[in-house]
Each structure stands twice: as C-alpha cells, then as structure tokens.
Write a protein that binds this ligand. Structure first.
Ligand code: NCD
Length: 355
C-alpha cells in the first residue's frame, strides 16, 4: 500500500506516469468513467477548502466511485477530543482511500501510520500539499510542454505557503531548473525547505522585486499571503498586499510565460489579468481534477497489487521530547517520536530541526 504524504514520496518516473495517465483521461474521460465503481473515497477536512475537497469529490465521481466525509472539524468527533489515530482506524472501515486536510503539520503522516487504506495528504498546516504539486506539474506540462529547463518564479508568502514548499521540493527531481524566490524578508522560504534543496542541480536566486524578476520567468507562481498562519493580525495587515500582479506588470513578462496560482486569490492578482491568455490559474483548477483522478486510480491499483508503502524511512527519536514546533502534530497528539534519516536532526512530522 502507498500513501502520498510528501511530494517527494513519488519518484520522477511515478510523477511522469501520473501525468501521462491524467493526459489519457483528459483525452478520453469516458474510458475511465467506471474504473472505481464500488470504491469509496473519504474526504476528511479539518480546515477550510473549496477547490481541493470538491476536486477530489468530482474526481472520484468521474471515476464512478462514491464519496463520504466531513468538511469541518467541528462536525467530526475531533470536537469531542478524538485523536487522528483513532479517527483513521474508524474511517478505514468505511472507505477504500482517504484524502485528508488538517491544520497541524504532520497530521497526514500520523494518519498513514495507523491506516489500513491509502492516505492522501490534502494539506497539513503550512507544511505540504502534494496533490497541488501534481496539479501544478500537470499544468506546466500542458501549458509549456515540459518542466525541465524552465525558470520558475515563486512570489508572495513563501514562508507559510505549503503549495510552494511541496512544489519546490518536487522540482529537485527535474533538470536545469532555475528558481527565483520573490518575497519580502519576513515571508522567505523556511530554512528546512532551503536545506532540502541545498546542493541539488537547481539555480536559486532571491529578490524582493517582482518587476525585476518578471522578464526572465517562464512560469510565475503567485501565492496568497496566508492570513490564518500569522501570529498577529497587524503583521498580516502589514504584509498582505506586498505583491500585486496587474496588467502593467504583465507587460514586463515574456509572451509565452504562464501565471499559476493555487487559489484562492485575494488581492495579489488583479481581475484585469484574468483575460490575459497567460493567466492559467483557472485552467489549473481543471487539471487538478484530472491529476487527482489519475492519483486515486493509481493508489487503488497499487493497493490491490500489495505494493509496499514508500514514504521516507524514519528512525525512532530519543525519548526526550524533541520537536519544539507548536504547529506540529507532536505538540497535541501522542505519537511515536520519529526523526528523518538525514544528517540534521529533523522531526519526521513537520521537518523542522529538533532540539
Ligand atoms: C492552497 C492551500 O490550501 O494551501 N489552496 C489550494 O489547495 N488550492 C493555497 C491557499 O490556501 O492559499
């Protein structure tokens, strides 16, 4: 059985196969309309979502399967104090596969440790969002023809934006990628993501100026400033409009550049940009449904074949409480203390360096 917790749980060839399958589905959706007949997807969302949850729901319906679940922690037994491990041991009796979104970093990994069915991480705090990464990669392939060799700018909230973290980590598996990080110093990429990509074959530069970066980009990945992750409203207010992409700025960009955004958009792209053919963010939403169809179909097939789970191997940590990240699932749930296998002592759940 395989789970998808982190974008690097998949190899490059597995990602390529998922993209090819999504393209086959786009070309002939009727061929797949019965392929998950009798199978059930549970969508368990402890955090708000429009696109991701409905995209999973629509994907499973288009595969001929059924969907159950909840869209609000308050309507689940989490509100009575039930932990993730127990919830998942219940849900795996009702569903063949689970898509889970949670506000705590590492929540999906805890679910995977206790689940008898595949777990798909649909977002865990500001940590990871691997199905958005698959969506983004399919979108880039459909719009640009390939991912290798591209210069990709990430603009906005690179600190809390989980879609940015997951996509940048996945880009390690591609060749000749140039990444331009566009953010104010307060919203820079977390150091653990920088550590993960250090030493790989990617050229990474940083600028605070969107205007300066724009002319060189093949892909501009805009993001929302993540209000819900800020410690104070004042800090959010100060940073919320740090970048606004408008029609004037689009004149600085290449003719064939594409603009991606995981959505929801707040102010960071003006509505005037929507009519520009380079604005690919609403097409991106539709690609998200097709790649999730490919993913659900594939994980259920792997499950049948008895394929072993492949998320990174972790080692048991010291007996001492190790993770100091208050947003990590280890802060609130009684879980096995685990560290990642790399040299730095990092918590396996949230990837932050431990004490
Ligand atoms: C993103 C998310 O939830 O992380 N949205 C999405 O899944 N499409 C981005 C965001 O909320 O800003």
């Amino acid at each position: 059985m395989r789970h998808l917790i982190d974008s690097t749980d998949l190899s490059r060839s597995e990602i390529d196969s998922l993209i090819t399958l999504a393209q086959d589905i786009i070309a002939a959706p009727e061929m797949y309309s019965d392929s998950c007949h009798g199978r059930k997807l549970a969508t368990i969302f402890y955090e708000p979502s429009t696109r991701t949850r409905l995209s999973f729901t629509s994907a499973m319906m288009e595969l001929g399967g059924n969907v159950l679940g909840f869209s609000d922690a308050a309507s689940s037994s989490a509100s009575k104090g039930e932990g993730i491990a127990d919830t998942i041991r219940v849900i795996d009796k009702f569903a063949d596969i689970v898509a889970m979104r949670h506000f705590k970093e590492g929540a999906a990994l805890v679910a995977a440790q206790h689940s008898a069915v595949p777990i798909i991480n649909a977002g865990d705090g500001s940590h990871n969002h691997p199905t958005q990464t698959l969506t983004d990669l399919l979108t880039i392939v459909q719009e640009m023809g390939h991912v290798d060799g591209l210069t990709i700018g990430f603009c906005g909230d690179l600190k809390f934006g989980r879609t940015v973290h997951s996509l940048i980590k996945a880009l390690k598996m591609y060749h000749d990628i140039k990444i331009v990080l566009i953010s104010p110093s307060e919203l820079q990429l977390p150091s653990y993501v920088k550590d993960e990509i250090a030493g790989c074959d990617m050229e990474i530069t940083h600028t605070e100026s969107l205007e300066e970066a724009l002319p060189q980009l093949d892909v501009l990945y805009m993001t929302r400033v993540q209000q819900e992750r800020f410690a104070t409203l004042e800090e959010y207010e100060r940073l919320k409009d740090c970048y606004i992409l408008d029609e004037a700025k689009m004149t600085l960009a290449k003719e064939e550049m594409v603009v991606l955004h995981p959505l929801p958009r707040v102010n960071e792209i003006t509505r005037g940009v929507d009519a520009d053919p380079r604005a690919a963010y609403f097409r991106q939403v539709e690609y998200g449904k097709y790649i999730r169809m490919a993913l659900i179909f594939t994980l259920l097939k792997w499950k049948k074949k008895g394929e072993l789970h492949s998320y990174k191997h972790y080692v048991a940590g010291d007996d001492e409480p190790s993770c100091v990240n208050a947003k990590c699932i280890t802060a609130t749930e009684d879980v096995d203390k685990l560290l990642t296998l790399d040299a730095a002592k990092r918590c396996a759940y949230c990837d932050k360096t431990t004490k």
